[in-house]
Write a protein that binds this ligand. Structure first.
Ligand SMILES: Nc1ncnc2c1ncn2[C@@H]1O[C@H](COP(=O)(O)OP(=O)(O)OP(=O)(O)O)[C@@H](O)[C@H]1O
Ligand SMILES: [Mg+2]
Length: 251
C-alpha cells in the first residue's frame, strides 16, 4: 500500500510510513487538543516538502486568523496559496450566514450540502490536490437538526471524498462526557469513526503537567500501528510526538 507522509514529527514511523494513500483519517478530540494544527501541518508539509497540493476546508475559523496563527510555527500559508499549492476554502458562512471576502468561499445562499461538496471537489480539481482536510465535520452546514439525516450526509460526504482519491483528514469532536466513564464514542455523531479508515484521537489532560497532551492511533485499516498513548507537544515548529524514537526500530 502506498503511504502519504504526514508531516507530524514522529507519527510516520508509528504507522508504517504514513497515511494509507487515498483513504480518510478521522482526527478527533476535545476542544483545544490541536486538531486544526494537526490538519494544517499535514497540508503545509505536503505542499512544501512533497509538492502535493492541498485543500483546507474551514468551517469554524476564518482563514485570516488561521494564516496569522500559523505564522507562529513558521508556516507561510499565503506563500503556498500564491503558488496554488494550498487553498483555504472558507465555509464559515455556513455557520454565520455572513458573506466571505476570501477568494475561495461560497456565497451564503449556496451553502446547501450538495453545493458545498461540489465546491470542495471543484477546488481540489483546480489545483490538482492530493490532500484534503475538512475542519470540521460537526461544523459543516448540514442545515438540519435531524441526526439520522446528518449521519447519512456524512456517509455521502465520505463516499464522495473517497471516490476523489484524495488522502483526507476529517476533523470531529469527542463529546466531553465520553472522555470520562461510560461507553466511549470517538466523534460527534458516532458515525465518523466507521466511515473513516483510520482514527487518531487527541487528548488534553489540562492539569498543567509538562506532557499533558497525547495522541493515540485507535485504528488504521491495513496498517500495523503503535497501540500506545504517545505524548504530544505543540512546539514553535508545530506538533511533535515524543518517546517514538525506539518504535519498531528492531524491524
Ligand atoms: N504557537 C503555539 N505554541 C504552542 N501551543 C500553541 C500555539 N498555538 C496554539 N497552541 C495550543 O494549541 C491549541 C489550539 O490548537 P487547535 O486550534 O489546533 O485546537 P483544536 O483542537 O482545533 O481546537 P478547537 O476545538 O477550538 O477547534 C491552543 O489552545 C494552545 O494550547
Ligand atoms: Mg480547530
Amino acid at each position: 500500500m502506498e503511504r502519504v507522509p504526514t508531516g507530524i514529527h514522529g507519527l510516520d514511523k508509528m504507522i508504517e510510513g504514513g497515511f494509507p494513500k487515498g483513504r480518510t483519517v478521522l482526527v478527533s478530540g476535545g476542544t483545544g487538543t490541536g486538531k486544526s494544527i494537526f490538519g494544517l501541518q499535514y497540508l503545509y508539509h505536503g505542499a512544501k516538502e512533497h509538492d502535493e497540493p492541498g485543500v483546507y476546508v474551514t468551517v469554524d475559523e476564518d482563514p485570516k486568523t488561521i494564516r496569522k496563527d500559523m505564522l507562529r510555527f513558521g508556516w507561510d500559508i499565503r506563500e503556498l496559496e500564491n503558488q496554488n499549492k494550498l487553498v483555504m476554502l472558507d465555509l464559515t458562512g455556513s455557520k454565520t450566514g455572513m458573506e466571505s471576502k476570501e477568494e475561495f468561499s461560497i456565497s451564503a445562499e449556496n451553502l446547501s450540502f450538495d453545493k458545498m461538496v461540489l465546491k470542495i471537489m471543484q477546488t481540489a480539481d483546480r489545483i490538482g490536490a492530493k490532500r484534503l482536510v475538512i475542519d470540521s465535520i460537526p461544523a459543516f452546514g448540514f442545515r438540519t437538526g435531524n441526526e439520522d439525516k446528518i449521519r447519512s450526509l456524512i456517509l455521502k460526504l465520505s463516499y464522495l471524498v473517497r471516490k476523489s482519491g484524495l488522502t483526507s483528514i476529517f476533523i470531529s469532536e469527542i463529546p466531553e462526557q465520553s472522555l470520562g466513564e461510560g461507553p466511549m464514542t470517538f466523534s460527534k455523531y458516532g458515525v465518523e469513526e466507521y466511515v473513516a479508515d483510520a482514527v487518531i484521537l487527541l487528548h488534553y489532560l489540562g492539569v498543567g503537567t509538562a506532557s499533558n497532551r497525547t495522541l493515540y492511533v485507535r485504528k488504521m485499516r491495513g496498517t500495523k500501528h503503535v497501540e500506545d498513548i504517545i505524548p504530544l507537544h505543540i512546539t514553535d515548529s508545530g506538533i511533535k510526538l515524543t518517546g517514538t524514537e525506539s518504535i519498531f526500530d528492531e524491524d
